[in-house]
Design a protein around this ligand. Structure first.
Ligand code: AMP
Ligand code: MG
Length: 530
């Protein structure tokens, strides 16, 4: 028997509801949420779940096999205490204001309380809501598996993220035109149950500001500070008036959001994660990685790489631009907040704080990646030089850094890192330059106060050995969809729990991307269709 679950559902009990209770598509005003029921599916089957997330929520292994819970995770029922709803938000997509978006295929199940912690549960792909616009509210198995695996992998990399409880196949087919070439296919559908303390995005605030709903905007800020920033609030020494938070508090709060977002960006850059669709509706107000879509991982180091086919022309969301784009997103949030503040000085200071925080987090993470005792200004040149070489020579980012830790600093040799080069051609052309760089790098390390052991430990804790390379997720998808085999999915889930530690019999996942994956869909480029 599953324990009695405690839900306190503050979002729906404290914030105004859209008065219309039907699902048809519409513009909603002066409300934060609309009621929305998951649409039942044919045959929900649990393909995988995260035992750690289950236990964080208080579910036992037996609970995870309980038909009532599985039906709920597939959208075929609700448990006592749950409320089901979709929230209203807007957003800037690819640099342009898009108006109302909202949870078009994510349905919240309420706020579960366990051991004093709050968890919003959300089913992604559970059917239409008033915010679905012309789409079906569903998600395909391939994109759901990618979200499930990657959000767990990110957590174990130490990167703030939403979590995933379960991956459930629906038994229904979903129609998708994966290549946007007029050839839609029927694909298996799935639902991920995502978990986070809050799924609030900058887009929530932007939409109220854009519609002139300023009292509601103040009230929602008050609610967010009270519910989602309750640990932070006492550190400010300020008091919160929930209906009408003071300008001083709003500015301090915005600065905190900027800080968390900047730190998140330094993490993404450190591990080689590319989000792919950093619209202001796909960013978390509490600084988590959120909305895994056509994301990707850097194989050969290339700041200009984007996994998203829709972004192939503009490269707005490529790896190297992510910190700037987040800053731009913070500016859009500042625009929204400026509608209720007497002046914009505090907001501008917070943006400066974003820059300073990012620089500090970046240099500290680079010092970790390169095993430097501290960061000196001259290290910028050293690091930029090798990034340039890695880009031009096609060098694998993950492998490069794991090998770099093995360099002998008295007699550094390129052989140690040769394996990280993707092509013979690249090695021939840039091998000498790389050897020269290694010599300079070794000299720098010789001046360092770190012992060999300290340096190794530092580098190993900043440089993952295993990341969810695009082709690895794709192989798990192919096995599951072609032969119903979820073993690879479970192997990866287990492997990625310890991304910094070498694991026995897992050599195949420590290699650079295989040649066959260079141009394959899902491995090099990903479509937004999901
Ligand atoms: P995204 O950029 O994927 O985060 O999605 C942008 C907007 O489109 C959000 O409002 C989503 O809820 C909505 N959306 C994406 N896919 C679907 C779908 N299959 N059905 C309904 N709404 C969707
Ligand atoms: Mg989204």
């Amino acid at each position: 028997m599953m324990r009695i679950l405690t839900f306190d559902n503050r979002f729906t009990s404290e914030l105004p509801q859209d008065p219309i209770c039907e699902t048809y598509q519409r513009q909603v005003s002066n409300a934060l949420w609309s009621t929305a029921q998951p649409t039942p599916v044919k045959n929900p089957q649990i393909l995988a779940y995260s035992p750690e997330v289950a236990s964080m929520l208080g579910f036992t292994a037996a609970d995870m096999q309980d038909p009532a819970l599985i039906q709920t995770l597939g959208g075929n029922g609700v448990l006592t205490g749950m409320v089901t709803y979709a929230t209203r938000y807007g957003g800037h997509q690819f640099g342009h204001w898009a108006g109302q978006l909202g949870d078009g295929r994510a349905i919240l199940l309420g706020e579960l309380m366990h051991e004093g912690k709050r968890f919003e549960l959300q089913l992604k792909g559970a059917g239409e809501t008033p915010y679905s616009r012309s789409a079906d509210g569903r998600a395909v198995l391939r994109s759901s598996l990618r979200e499930f695996l990657c959000s767990e992998a990110m957590h174990y990399l130490g990167v703030p993220t939403t979590r995933a409880l379960s991956l459930v196949s629906t038994g229904d087919l979903v129609r998708r035109d994966m290549f946007y070439d007029g050839n839609p296919q029927m694909e298996p559908g799935a639902i991920v149950c995502r978990v986070a303390p809050s799924f609030t995005r900058p887009g929530h605030f932007e939409l109220m500001a854009s519609n002139g709903e300023l009292d509601l905007l103040k009230r929602f800020i008050g609610f967010t500070i009270d519910r989602d920033f309750s640990d932070w609030l006492p550190t400010t020494g300020l008091t919160l008036d929930k209906e009408n938070p003071s300008p001083e508090l709003i500015e301090a709060w915005f600065e905190e959001i900027c800080e968390r977002t900047a730190i998140l960006m330094a993490h993404w850059m450190r591990v080689g994660f590319v989000h792919g669709v950093m619209n202001t509706d796909n960013l978390s107000i509490i600084g988590l990685t959120i909305d895994y879509g056509p994301y990707g991982w850097i194989d050969n180091f290339d700041p200009g790489w984007t996994p998203n086919t829709t972004d192939a022309q503009g490269r707005r969301y490529c790896y190297g631009r992510q910190p700037d784009i987040s800053r731009w997103n913070m500016e859009r949030l500042a625009d929204a907040l400026s509608t209720i503040l007497p002046n914009t000085e505090g907001l501008a200071d917070a943006i400066t704080h974003y820059d300073n925080t990012y620089l500090k987090a970046l240099t500290s993470s680079l010092a970790g990646k390169f095993g430097l005792d501290d960061w000196q200004d001259s290290d910028g040149e050293l690091v930029n030089r090798v990034f340039e070489l890695m880009t031009r020579a096609e060098v694998d980012m993950t492998l490069f850094f794991t090998k770099l830790a093995e360099i002998n600093i008295t007699t550094p040799t390129i052989d140690t890192i040769k394996d990280a080069f993707y092509t013979e051609q690249g090695f021939k052309q840039f091998g000498d330059d790389m050897q020269q760089w290694l010599n300079t790098y070794a000299k720098r390390l010789q001046q360092s106060k770190l012992s060999l052991e300290q340096r190794m430990t530092k580098m190993q804790s900043h440089n993952p050995r295993y990341v969810l390379r695009n082709y690895m997720a794709q192989e798990a998808i192919d096995l599951l969809t072609e032969s119903g085999d979820n073993k690879r999915l479970l192997t990866l889930l287990e492997l990625l729990k310890n991304p910094y530690t070498q694991q026995a019999s897992m050599e195949q996942f420590e290699q650079k991307r295989p040649d066959w994956a260079r141009q394959k869909a899902g491995c090099s480029m990903l479509s937004c269709s999901s």
